[in-house]
Design a protein around this ligand. Structure first.
Ligand code: FAD
Length: 413
């Protein structure tokens, strides 16, 4: 038997690892278009860019992983086409046969198409080489413009601030991190970013970039007509799933590769996991595509069990973190627009949590600098314990205490 995994990132390597842990002794081949040792992406927008930090990538697995586990890594190799009837993958290196094929192809940065978007000095941040370029450029930069107030843009804003730069963030939407956060948390971050000295321009998009006499980017002109000086620009306007290869092989795609609750596509020999997969989630109101380490690793583990014959549904609790200078944001569950909100802790001290109730039961928690609340929320939400708003409002309640006093809570019916 042989498993071919396209994508040597967080999800692909977790799957390879878990297959061995679960006792699979067939052939495992991982195809990865990036050269070198597969690495972790989260530090690229955090520690990797901090002033005075050595720029060293963090490998996803130890040096002897592939040898010890008998896993073949085809690094610097791109999967080109999939022949489903023949069960083969054509790559830049040759042909591979599979019994099971897994797309773990991740996502690519959405690109700007406005005038000047390709000027030198305009960067994206997805890969190690993107981070290397930014690591080199940051110490000499003065005026930085960031397009997009999402997680990557704001993590980069914190790094730029730490380098002593003037930072302007242009965000087309009315609030930062608006796709993922509750309005109350977005608003708190807007205030916190501004009080740190970041110029956060909401409801303002990018119109064009203008070059200086040296041909490099020199200014960003916004949709309001304002001109912001810029010797370095970061574009962080989200990602698109790498699903073209799957689509071209006749697999259904819709904002990612569509899979069922076991992470299989409609072709039972083909699965999709991580950033590229669109899956049904019990934690959301419908299908979901998540861009997080948790989702990639949990789906990698689950896909291994699916390949080995377990038919259980994937229902891991989504959780996520983002570190933005002094603020550690952690989320458990997925807030929905109509959730009933309650704030625990002290917003003025930058240590608090936003609790989201759905039909009276706790369904998601966002925390700032409050790891205890986050860890407790993960425990309670994963266990499916029914924490009501009344209970949270009772004297002396804390999420951490609730994890110990199981008699207080009952499982969600
Ligand atoms: C800068 C940055 C910071 C982040 N910070 C956080 C964070 O703080 N917290 C968090 O939870 N998540 C964070 N993330 C997101 C997290 O890293 C991703 O969700 C996770 O890496 C997804 O794993 P994946 O395996 O699905 O995709 P990836 O890890 O991106 O791996 C996919 C791989 O597939 C390769 N590939 C694609 N097509 C082909 C092909 N045809 N042939 C061969 N190879 C191919 C790609 O080149 C890529 O290497 C961050 C991401 C970035 C970029």
């Amino acid at each position: 038997m042989s498993v071919v995994i396209i994508g040597a990132g967080q999800a692909g390597l977790q799957l390879a690892d878990s297959l061995r842990t679960e006792g699979y002794d067939g052939k495992i081949e991982v195809i990865g278009e990036e050269f070198g040792v597969p690495y972790q992406r989260p530090p690229l927008s955090k520690d990797y860019l901090a002033p005075g930090k050595e720029a060293a990538p963090l490998p996803l697995r130890g040096p002897s992983f592939f040898l010890d586990k008998h896993i073949t890594l085809h690094a610097g190799v791109r999967a080109l086409t999939v022949d489903r009837p023949e069960r083969t993958v054509k790559t830049t290196e040759g042909m591979l046969e599979y019994d099971h094929l897994v797309f773990a192809t991740g996502a690519r940065n959405r690109m700007l198409s406005c005038p000047g978007a390709l000027l030198p000095g305009v960067h994206g941040l997805k890969t190690l080489s993107d981070a290397e370029a930014l690591h080199m450029a940051l110490p000499a930069a003065r005026n930085i413009v960031i397009i997009g107030a999402g997680f990557i843009g704001l993590e980069f804003a914190a790094a730029a601030l730490a380098h002593g730069c003037n930072v302007t963030v242009l965000e087309f939407a009315p609030r930062p991190m608006g796709r993922a956060l509750t309005p109350v948390m977005s608003e708190w971050f807007a205030g916190a970013l501004r009080s740190q000295g970041i110029s956060l321009r909401l409801d303002e998009g990018i119109e064009r970039f203008e070059p200086g006499t040296d041909g490099r980017v020199a200014a960003a002109i916004s949709t309001s007509g304002a001109s912001y000086p810029a010797d370095l620009v970061l574009v962080g306007i989200g990602v698109q799933p790498n699903d073209t290869l799957a689509r071209d092989s006749g697999i259904e795609t819709s904002n990612g590769i569509v899979v069922d609750e076991t992470l299989r596509t409609a072709d039972p020999a083909i699965l999709a996991i991580g950033d590229c997969a669109n899956f049904p989630s019990a934690h959301s109101l419908g299908n979901l595509r998540l861009e997080s380490v948790q989702n990639a690793t949990d789906q990698g583990r689950h896909a291994a069990r699916t390949i080995l014959g377990t038919e259980s549904p994937y229902n891991a609790l989504p959780w996520f973190w983002s570190t933005q200078g002094p603020y550690k944001l952690q989320m458990a569950g997925i807030p929905q627009p109509n959730d009933d909100i309650l704030i625990l802790g002290d917003q003025s001290e930058a240590k608090f949590s936003v609790l989201c109730f759905r039909q009276g039961i706790l369904a998601a928690v966002e925390s700032v600098n409050n790891a205890a609340d986050h860890m407790a929320a993960r425990k309670l939400l994963s266990a499916g314990t029914a924490i009501t708003r009344n209970l949270v409002e009772s004297e002396g309640f804390t999420l951490k205490a609730a994890t110990r006093e199981v008699s207080l809570v009952s499982p969600v019916p």
